[in-house]
Each structure stands twice: as C-alpha cells, then as structure tokens.
Design a protein around this ligand. Sequence first.
Ligand SMILES: [Zn+2]
Length: 134
Amino acid sequence: MENIKVGNLIKFYTVVLINKGPKHGYELIKELEHLFGKEISTSHVYPFLKVLQKNKLVEVKKTGSRDKKSYFITEKGKEFTNDLLTKFNDIIGAFVESKVHKCANCECEIYKNGFEKIVNGKKLIFCCEHCAKH
Ligand SMILES: [Zn+2]
C-alpha cells in the first residue's frame, strides 16, 4: 500500500468520498462530476478503485435487491485517508502561512484585509485601525 500514488484530485476525492460512506461506482462518479463540474470518465476512477481494492483499502460488497456493488472503506483505508488528509492539510497550512501577515503593533495574525500604513517610509500592516494609530 506504500506505493499507492494519489497524484491527482480525482483520486484524492475518490478516497475521501468513500471514506464518508459506502458508494456505488456510479454514485461515486456522479459526485465527482458534481465536485469538478465536468464529465469524468470511468477510466479515471475504476482502475484506481481496483488498486484500492487490491491493497485492501476498500472492500466491495453487494448491496440491495439488485445486487449492485458498493465500495466500503476498510480500517486500513481509514488510516490511509487520515494520512492523506494530514499531508494535504500540511500543504494547505504552509500555503496559508505564507499569506499570513503579522500586525506590526499587536502581532496578531492577519489572513486578509489588513490595514496598510506607511510609517517612517516603511509599509506596515496592521490588523485594525486602532493598531495602525499606535
Ligand atoms: Zn493589531
């Protein structure tokens, strides 16, 4: 399972969506299409589902009267998803951090709409009007 590459967002969401609850293949593709706002070919999803299945990250069970196949997440699959989300979180975190400014007065973190003011020829960023006055 160490060699599973989740190198694109379709794969990423495939894992995340199954982690949220059992899905039919068809359901999964519909949800992916909804998320991405475009048609998604089964060839982008089914081979990856096979890989997940082979590595016991998902299980296939027949459900309902019409014998439709559903994909279920396994315990191993849950761990894998958690790992994946943690990594993803770290990437997002690093990105957000690079965008965060510190208020030049109180040092609180500013994500957006900071107050810019030129002080002694230097452009400083403040969290609010009051800090800018200091
Ligand atoms: Zn401040």
